[in-house]
Write a protein that binds this ligand. Structure first.
Ligand code: NI
Length: 228
């Protein structure tokens, strides 16, 4: 009787206790999940060298992509951490729209590019480390590396040659939340804005075609994490 009462009160204690302690200085947190880069898709008019002018009403397009996202975080204190965002390479279609009249045949898919946007952030967790729920906000620096930029064969058929996107440095801001499922396992959701500005260059009919693109994506990730 005494023994079962003791067991029952231990169980009640376990249920009543906070699920787990969250972060302490020195903790390493690894998060993995599905990450989507959704470009804002705003660009300047396209400069067409063969016409020596910006063509009003034209723009570049960039679609969204989902990949495997990774976060490596290191807690400097129980409230402040450093975090690196990594991912498998994102792939985006690049397009042209708004070309008027006789040039309307140039609208459509121009090609594809890949990019990696490593971002290093300082992250602040305002709640006490005893809380299993840990919302956070962060500010960081992003470097976006564009690679494998290549024209589609259709675009080459239309007379384009070469495609290059300039790499970008910019600031990033994020909010997110971790929920400790146990001492080590956690659920995570996060969204960040990254200031990515690039210039895309190709050649049409032997003359340069250029466009400034504010990629400025919203980046969403949901996944699981593990605290070491
Ligand atoms: Ni921007």
């Amino acid at each position: 009787m005494r023994k079962s009462l003791f067991t029952a009160s231990l169980m009640a204690l376990a249920i009543a206790a906070p699920a787990a302690n969250a972060y302490q200085a020195g903790d390493i947190i690894l998060r993995a999940g599905a990450i989507t880069v959704d470009p804002h898709e705003s660009s300047s008019d396209i400069w067409v060298g063969a016409l020596s002018t910006d063509v009003a009403g034209t723009s570049a397009t960039l679609d969204s992509d989902t990949q495997l996202g990774l976060n490596f975080a290191y807690m400097l204190t129980s409230n402040i951490g450093l975090e690196l965002l990594a991912a498998s390479p994102f792939s985006h279609d690049v397009g042209v729209k708004g070309m008027p009249g006789g040039f309307s045949g140039l609208n459509g898919k121009l090609g594809e590019l890949k990019q990696l946007p490593p971002t290093l952030s300082v992250v602040y967790y305002p709640l006490d480390s005893a809380s299993a729920f840990q919302p956070y906000m962060g500010l960081g620096i992003n470097y976006t590396w564009f690679f494998d930029d290549k024209l589609s064969s259709e675009a080459e058929g239309k007379g384009f040659s070469g495609l290059d996107m300039k790499d970008s440095w910019g600031l990033a801001a994020q909010v997110g939340m971790d929920y400790m499922l146990s001492d080590n396992l956690l659920l995570n959701a996060q969204v960040r804005y990254i200031d990515i500005d690039t210039t895309g260059t190709t050649t049409f009919a032997g003359a340069k075609v250029k466009v400034d693109v504010d990629v400025d994506p919203l980046v969403y990730m949901v996944g699981l994490g593990y605290k070491f």
